[in-house]
Write a protein that binds this ligand. Sequence first.
Ligand SMILES: *Cc1c(COP(=O)(O)O)cnc(C)c1O
Length: 355
Amino acid sequence: MSALSLARTNVLALSPYSSARMESGPAPLMLNANESPWPSPGVALELNRYPDPQPAALLERLAHIYDVPAARVLAVRGSDEAIDLLVRAFCRPGIDSIAISPPTFGMYEVCAGIQGAVIESVPLATDDFSLDADAMLAALSSAVRVVFVCSPNNPTGSLVPLATIEHLAGALAGRALVVVDEAYIEFAESDSAAKLLDRYSNLGVLRTLSKAWALAGVRIGTLLAAPELITLLRRIMPPYPLATPCVEIAVAALDVDGERLTGERVATTIAERERLAAALSTLSSVRKVYPSRANFLTVHLHDASHILRGLSAQGIAVRDVGRHPGLRGCLRFTIGTPEENSRLLEALRRIAEAA
Ligand SMILES: *Cc1c(COP(=O)(O)O)cnc(C)c1O
């Protein structure tokens, strides 16, 4: 059964904006899009033409690094855009709902709020932040259309096993999409849910170039899903979503050298995460360091606001995640370079000595 049967009927029926670039590809004389015929002032790139909505070279590189066929790839402006598109395509305001498992990434709730979709919250376990698929299935109403599973989860760092994702996707077939947000999967030393896409047409996987690939400023994310879902979302995307300079930079960064460099940096980040976790757990200001499969550590402190102020006074910004349910008194430390992580430890020791 195709996941399209779950989409809003007006979205299925609407005729998308048909851009000049969609109606005809490049021709020797381009007089169809009211573009300037002259080169852009002040830049070497050819930017006077509108970009290809989904450039083949970019899709090929994304398909390669995520190990899926290009027909399963939708390139978006950061995975945040894919979250928004999914909610808009599947949730009727005031009627349909999304499901989330707090404490989790805030954008699911924000996008649902903008759309007017209802939010069904099924919290993670309070001790180890694991996700109980059966408890979730029992809690969900028949109005749920999109279930967001963040793995590794931000801000807890916990991983949801693929068996749990399979269980959810299987049980929700024909009822809801299961969207696995894998913004941090490169750091998890674990398989992507993308390998389940062939078996579950109601599964989607979000990937991003913003974290492991060091390209947050380029704003390119990816939805991996069934080809018919990719086609559907393209209908509600703006006509020219991806800026040419960003596409060119991403294609260059995703070459073999970029892949190798990213692999090395991921290995360094994982080693540093474990070094930092061990060092932090010896500090008297620390109550608990939560195990993390991502590029950050969430740490429960005896006095988080004191530490936050002390770090800030030393020019170090970390994230206060204490507003999330179950994370009161916690701060989230992004893993930096080895030198940066040592500076963080040094600053924490200085705060302890001053006390
Ligand atoms: C950082 C982050 C994203 C956002 O990624 P962009 O591709 O930069 O929009 C998505 N999901 C989670 C869980 C994140 O932490």
